[in-house]
Design a binder for this molecule. Structure first.
Ligand code: CP3
Length: 333
């Protein structure tokens, strides 16, 4: 069993596995060096040798318990033939959504197009650095993928009005959830030991729409992951009611964001928890980092917990601080 699987299946409260969202990324000079030469981000995600190298970069530096495959949640719209570009200092820009086209795409076409992602997982999994460690596969939540496909960029204040079209969103959410399951199955077959669902824009959904936009489609994906005998970690970022979310969708682990009080979480939620620490803390100093890490470790002392942040490592983070935090967690008695 991997460290994360022990926390989930054995409810092991003694070990606190540690990994960080966006642990491979722009805060690492060795990543920036590769990124500078590889100007097309999607092509980089399809380059299996480079994907393996980038995935393992943080494990070469830090004593982490898990690697997360270097990829992106937008590989699914790409697999559905929607154009994706990443503009510097702006984020993703998607092309027109062609629903007629999507109807013609078979699971086999989709799998072939994303095959380099699966090949990357296979070769990464074999590396000695991952011995007795987790290799995390991931997808975006159905709602977050829908937002990108219709809004065609990260939503700022206003969502595209298409997202209010109930008939269209229902149809698309079903199609998206089905392809997310295909993507998950392919990742598990290629060596992923856990699947995380990043629902980054869950916080935009109004209470009355939670059931149809978040709970129902997520439930389906979580159930599918369970059928593969692999644990699921859900991260419905900025959602108001984490308890209702976990009761409704029943994931194996809930990842919390940094705005939520962890003390309230352990009172309300009985399943294993991941994350919570504000990534900004890594921009301060060792004393603050130590205090905050100790606070989380104390709160989760008797609760199955996977140490992580409440969002990704920020690009301006000093890698030495990530090393310091990792060692703090690994050295607790
Ligand atoms: O280390 C890891 O966590 C694994 C790789 C990973 C990436 N994206 C690589 C990436 C993961 C798990 C993601 C998930 C992802 N992608 C999410 C969910 C998590 C979150 O941040 O809320 C979302 C919403 C996306 C979509 C996306 N991809 C955006 C909005 C952007 C641009 C803004 C940004 O954060 O840089 C990306 C690009 C992206 N994905 C980069 C990386 C390392 C930066 C690429 C670069 O410019 O070098």
């Amino acid at each position: 069993m991997t460290p994360i699987q022990k926390v989930i299946y054995k409810k092991d409260r003694k070990i606190k596995p540690v990994w960080f969202m966006r642990q491979a990324g722009r805060y690492l000079p060795e990543f920036r060096k590769i990124r500078k030469i590889n100007t097309n981000f999607i092509d980089l995600c399809l380059n299996k040798k480079k994907v393996k190298e980038i995935t393992l970069q943080p494990l070469k530096r830090f004593n982490l318990d898990a690697a997360i495959i270097f990829s992106d949640i937008l590989m699914v719209p790409y697999g559905l033939d929607q154009e994706i570009n990443f503009k510097k200092n702006y984020g993703p820009i998607l092309g027109e959504l062609k629903l007629q086209n999507i109807h013609k795409i078979s699971y086999k076409d989709f799998t072939n197009k994303l095959n380099p992602v699966y090949e990357s997982l296979k070769i990464t999994k074999k590396d000695n650095l991952l011995k007795n460690k987790d290799l995390i596969g991931f997808v975006g939540g159905p709602w977050t993928i829908l937002v990108y496909m219709l809004n065609k960029k990260s939503p700022k204040k206003e969502l595209n009005k298409l997202i209010k079209d109930k008939k269209l969103t229902k149809e698309l959410l079903e199609i998206i959830a089905d392809f997310l399951c295909v993507h998950i199955k392919n990742q598990v077959k290629s060596g992923a030991s856990v699947i995380q669902i990043f629902d980054s824009w869950a916080g935009l959904v109004k209470k009355r729409d939670l059931e149809r936009n978040i709970y129902n489609p997520t439930k389906k994906v979580v159930k599918f992951i369970r059928s593969l005998k692999i644990p699921s970690i859900c991260f419905p970022r900025n959602i108001d009611n984490y308890k209702e979310f976990t009761d409704e969708t029943k994931p194996d682990v809930i990842n919390i964001d940094y705005k939520i009080d962890p003390i309230k979480i352990i009172k309300d939620i009985k399943i294993p928890v991941q994350g919570g620490i504000d990534p900004q803390i890594l921009l301060t100093n060792r004393k603050n980092i130590k205090m905050e890490a100790q606070r989380y470790l104390d709160i989760f002392k008797n609760h199955p917990y996977i140490f992580n942040l409440g969002h990704g490592v920020l690009p301006q983070t000093n890698p030495d601080m990530v090393e310091y935090l990792t060692n703090l967690v690994k050295n607790v008695k």
